[in-house]
Design a protein around this ligand. Sequence first.
Ligand code: GLY
Length: 408
Amino acid sequence: MRSTTRRGHLAVDLAAITPGHLLTMTTSPTPSTRSSTNGWQVQRVEVDVPAHRYQVVIGAGALERLGALLHECCPGTRRAFVVADRAVAEGVGRQVMATLAEAGAAPIVAEVEASEASKTVAGAERLWQSMLDARLDRTAIVVALGGGVVGDLAGFVAATFMRGVDCVQVPTTLLAMVDASIGGKSAVNLPCAGGLAKNAVGVFRQPRRVICDPLVLATLPDRVLSAGLAECLKHAMISDPELATWMEAQQERIFARDAETLTALIARSAKVKAGIVARDEHEAGERTLLNLGHTFAHALEGALHESISHGEAVGLGLLAATEASRASAHWPGADPDRVERRLRALHLPTRAPTGCSLSVMLDLMGMDKKHRAGRWRLVLPVGEGACRVVDDPPREAVVAGWRRIGVT
Ligand code: GLY
């Protein structure tokens, strides 16, 4: 399989990328529109999956309007089962419950711990049982309120309860807004000899809508915000190179949590993912490109566990993949220095923590899901805003990638 993104696929009106202004997308297969509802500025990105079309709705104050936004995509009086990250249930969660109650959704909340250890069959069973005990039926709507773990677990429970009920994703981290909540991947982990087999049981089932309120990012710690920015940079490197330049220029506004800047960032990054998912829902080809940097990242996460976040590992993976691409001549003009500069601007690490040995990393890379028949399979950047799946890259190029991020 060879999948490559094409430059210019997502045409963007660069004149619109000025400080404090929302972006205007010009031509695109997945139009994003800026609209005003009673003076409320909102961006809508279409996820054009055949037979399961939905929107990513982004706007400051979206949570206050959650009841109405839910009604738009799931009409009728239907009960909401809110699966909420325990850490957000108190503050944002109360606001969400109030707006859903006002909209007549008679919400029920189930709190979950946002750790991979909660994403289990037992965790799913607890939620199925709560839904059954509350006498919910197939008209129920599951609302996933939290980061990636909550979205995955709630999406899985929604996809399986009574053979599937509607799910609305309400992500509360940048990473979940631009990546995890879009595309319908949902799963739980299974225990295995080495710890957890991540996402071992799951389904593809698209949500009815994704609703992002950049105001919830106001209290997100910088380190967690940066982790989401790594996924935005990944999207830029896959098919929207101007996005990377823009992010670098906007770093102060991004870290100041300027709502308009964050709305623009989320919309533009979500648009890259939406386009890919619409063309390849089940990861038969192009969707694999979303794993840019991930083979390196998964090895780092496998060795370092909780001491490195997924986003930080992805950032390092983007740098390593760029170096590997240059070293293997897949992209002789690749500029790892520029990727490194961008990672620094986004407050992301550029060197792996000490204690990662090259031999352990190479072994862990062999356990990657994309590893086939004893050969490595990597996604490598091959141009500005273009990347490709590369089977069996030369070992020395992979080693050069690791060395670039300080693994020797
Ligand atoms: N996060 C990669 C994907 O959704 O395919």
